[in-house]
Design a protein around this ligand. Structure first.
Ligand SMILES: NC(=O)c1ccc[n+]([C@@H]2O[C@H](COP(=O)([O-])OP(=O)(O)OC[C@H]3O[C@@H](n4cnc5c(N)ncnc54)[C@H](O)[C@@H]3O)[C@@H](O)[C@H]2O)c1
Length: 270
C-alpha cells in the first residue's frame, strides 16, 4: 500500500499555502515523502499552522516563495527557483483562491449592486491565476512526461450557496457570497477537464478536488443550518481532506484524470 500512496522523491508545488487549507495539503505531501515548494502572495503572513510545519521539516524538503498567481513573469522566476532547488515538479496543487467566508463577514450588498471589481478579482485569481500557474509549472511537467495536477474547486462549483445559511448574520444589506466565487470554481472544474484531455498524451493527469464547508470560526447558527443540510451531519475538518489529496497526487489514482472528486459529506447528493 505504501508503494501506492508514497511520494518519496516527488516534488510538489502548492499555491496559497499560508491560508486555512494550505497546511493540510502541504503536510500530507511532506508526510508521504515529497519535497514541497509553497507559493503565496507577497505580504501574506506566515500562519501558525505553517510555522508548525516549518519546525518539522528543513529547507531541503520545504521552501516558501512569494508571488501573485496573476503575475506570469513572477511565476516564471519562482518556477526557475523551484527547478534549481528541487527539480521539475511532479505534483501541483492549485489552491490559492479568494472567498468571502461567513466567519469573516464583510459589509453586505444587494445582488444588483455587486461591484465588477470584486467579481473580476475573484475570477482573475481563482480561475485565470490557476490557469497561469498551470501554464508555467504544468508545462515543465509536460516536458518531463509525467505529473499530477490537483485543482481545488468547491461544492459551490456545483450548487448555489443557500442564502438561508447567512440570513441570521446582522447586516443590512444582507451578507451574500459573491456570485463570482461559484462561477470561478465551476470554471475550474471545466478547465480541469480541458487540461486533462490535452495533457493526457503527455503523461500529466489533471483532477479537481472540491471540498464542502470546512469547519472554522463560523458562528453556531451557521454551523447548525449547514450541518442539517449535510447527509454526514457535520462540516468537513481539514483532516478529512488529506486522504483525497493523497489519492489524487499518488500512483493510487494512476488511471484517474479529468474528474471532480467532491469531498462534501454528501451535501450535493440530495
Ligand atoms: N475553507 C473552505 O471551507 C473551502 C471550501 C471549499 C473550497 N475552498 C477552496 O480552498 C482553497 C483554499 O481555501 P482557504 O479556506 O484556505 O482560503 P484562505 O483564504 O484561507 O487561503 C487562500 C490563500 O490563497 C492566497 N492567495 C489569494 N490570492 C492570491 C494571489 N493573487 N496570489 C497568490 N496567493 C493568493 C492567500 O494569501 C491565502 O493564503 C480556495 O481555493 C478555496 O476556494 C475552501
Amino acid at each position: 500500500m505504501n508503494d501506492l500512496f508514497g511520494l518519496e522523491g516527488e516534488i510538489a508545488v502548492v499555491t496559497g499555502g499560508l491560508g486555512k487549507l494550505g497546511p493540510i495539503w502541504i503536510e500530507t505531501l511532506l508526510d508521504a515523502g515529497a519535497a514541497v515548494f509553497v507559493l503565496d502572495r507577497p505580504g501574506q503572513k506566515i500562519s501558525e499552522q505553517f510555522a508548525e510545519i516549518q519546525k518539522r521539516f528543513q529547507d531541503n524538503r520545504l521552501r516558501l516563495a512569494y508571488t501573485d498567481v496573476r503575475d506570469r513573469l513572477a511565476l516564471e522566476t519562482v518556477c526557475k527557483e523551484c527547478l534549481e532547488i528541487f527539480g521539475v515538479p511532479s505534483i501541483l496543487v492549485n489552491n490559492a483562491g479568494i472567498d468571502r467566508p461567513p466567519d469573516q463577514p464583510q459589509e453586505g450588498y444587494l445582488l444588483e449592486d455587486i461591484s465588477m471589481e470584486e467579481n473580476r478579482e475573484i475570477l482573475e485569481v481563482n480561475t485565470l491565476g490557476l490557469f497561469l500557474v498551470t501554464q508555467v509549472f504544468g508545462s515543465e511537467m509536460v516536458k518531463a512526461g509525467r505529473g499530477s495536477i490537483i485543482n481545488i474547486g468547491s461544492l459551490y462549483a456545483s450548487v448555489s450557496p443557500d442564502s438561508r445559511f447567512y440570513d441570521h448574520i446582522q447586516s443590512d444589506p444582507p451578507f451574500l457570497k459573491p456570485p463570482a466565487y461559484g462561477a470561478s470554481k465551476a470554471a475550474v472544474v471545466n478547465l480541469t477537464k480541458y487540461l486533462a484531455t490535452h495533457w493526457a498524451p503527455h503523461g500529466v493527469r489533471v483532477n479537481a478536488l472540491s471540498p464542502g464547508g470546512v469547519l472554522g470560526d463560523q458562528d453556531e447558527e451557521f454551523k447548525r443550518k449547514f450541518c442539517d443540510r449535510v447527509p454526514l451531519g457535520r462540516m468537513a475538518t481539514v483532516q478529512d481532506l488529506g486522504g483525497p489529496l493523497l489519492f489524487l497526487a499518488s500512483r493510487a489514482s494512476s488511471y484517474v484524470t479529468g474528474i471532480e472528486l467532491v469531498v462534501d459529506g454528501g451535501f450535493t447528493a440530495w
